[in-house]
Design a protein around this ligand. Structure first.
Ligand code: GH3
Ligand code: MG
Ligand code: MG
Ligand code: MG
Length: 308
């Protein structure tokens, strides 16, 4: 595992959040007292409320009572598993029911485990820990499919999905603007020729990290687009805003001060092309083509600059 991957994995291992669902507040209180030292605990006293908490707060795991008025635990679990945004949250049933068929119903509803009431504190804590570890490993493997192995930023697959999703969500606020920037390292072939491919890889990693640090909004997205090309997606950003970010990115890469004697500036620089559209008119391919054309112009105008 690369350092970047390990770092990403470890940041997911903070205090986990557990949702406790039970129609009887006294049962929630009991479980809360067992979990409170090790976990953030959220509570819900009905199935409907549990679904809402899942969508709002995305807990890491759910402890679910079976017998509840209106929507019971089995129905709630089925509803969670049917909603793709929250379906991966593991559900452990906590129940006083004894018969085998009740247990079967829990498995069929999509539970990962089953704990008998009255709850044994030690058993509960160990089961939770085991399932959280499994969930974190699964999440990590899933994230690998969307992360570029060399630089640790998102890969092309994630980028493509993300722009489509952005455009679909943004259509509701017609007038808002979406900007994209395409960045290409200047004379990178010459850099490899002079210093070798390993040094080239190291420079790519440093540039990626600088780009990520320079993008300040959490919604901004940095992805590796191709070999030594990156794309930055800027939701709700007009042309003026995109220009501000682009200048920051140019500066961030220049400030790395990676020597490159074969260029005009004596160090590694990038060129940037930008495109901006309203969400109403945005189409992924058009944005990309336009940004690409502007990148070409930036290269023509002496590199280490931005065109839009
Ligand atoms: P320009 O300023 O016009 O962009 O010149 P350039 O040499 O950067 O452009 P070109 O697209 O011709 O070459 C890109 C080079 O980037 C080719 C290859 O040597 C290098 N490159 C692409 N991907 C990688 C990579 O993963 N690692 C390394 N070390 N080099 C890469
Ligand atoms: Mg109950
Ligand atoms: Mg290139
Ligand atoms: Mg290049």
């Amino acid at each position: 595992m690369s350092d970047v991957m390990l770092e990403r994995f470890l940041t997911t291992l903070g205090k986990a959040t557990i949702l406790v669902v039970d129609d009887q507040p006294i049962n929630i209180q009991l479980i809360f007292s067992i979990l409170a030292d090790d976990y953030h605990v959220l509570m819900a006293t009905s199935g409907q409320q549990a679904l809402q908490v899942c969508r709002d707060s995305m807990p890491d795991l759910i402890l679910m009572d079976v017998m509840m008025p209106e929507m019971d635990g089995l129905q709630t679990c089925q509803a969670i598993k049917a909603d793709k945004d929250i379906a991966t949250i593991p559900v452990i049933f906590v129940t006083g029911l004894q018969q085998q068929e009740n247990e079967d119903a829990c498995w069929q509803a999509g539970a990962v485990d089953f704990i008998q009431k009255p709850v044994n504190a030690n058993t509960l804590l160990h089961r939770i820990k085991a399932h959280l570890t499994l969930k974190q490993q699964a999440d990590f493997l899933h994230s690998l499919a969307y992360i570029d192995g060399l630089t640790g930023v998102f890969n092309r697959r994630y980028l493509d999905n993300s722009i489509d999703t952005q455009i679909a969500i943004g259509k509701r606020q017609q007038k808002a603007m979406l900007s994209v920037l395409i960045l290409d390292i200047d004379h990178f072939k010459l850099f490899n020729d002079k210093f070798g491919h390993l040094a080239g890889d190291e420079a790519l990693r440093k540039v990626a990290k600088a780009l990520k640090t320079a993008c300040c909004r959490p919604s901004d997205l940095v992805a590796r687009y191709g070999g030594e090309e990156f794309m930055v997606v800027l939701p709700n950003t007009d042309e003026e805003g995109a220009a501000v970010v682009a200048i920051k990115l140019l500066e961030a890469v220049a400030e790395l001060n990676i020597p490159h004697p074969k260029t005009e500036y004596g160090m590694v620089t990038i060129s940037i092309g930008g495109a901006t559209k309203t969400y109403a008119t945005a189409v992924k391919d058009t944005l990309t083509t336009q940004a690409d054309q502007q990148l070409y112009l930036a290269k023509q105008s002496g590199r280490n600059c931005f065109r839009q």
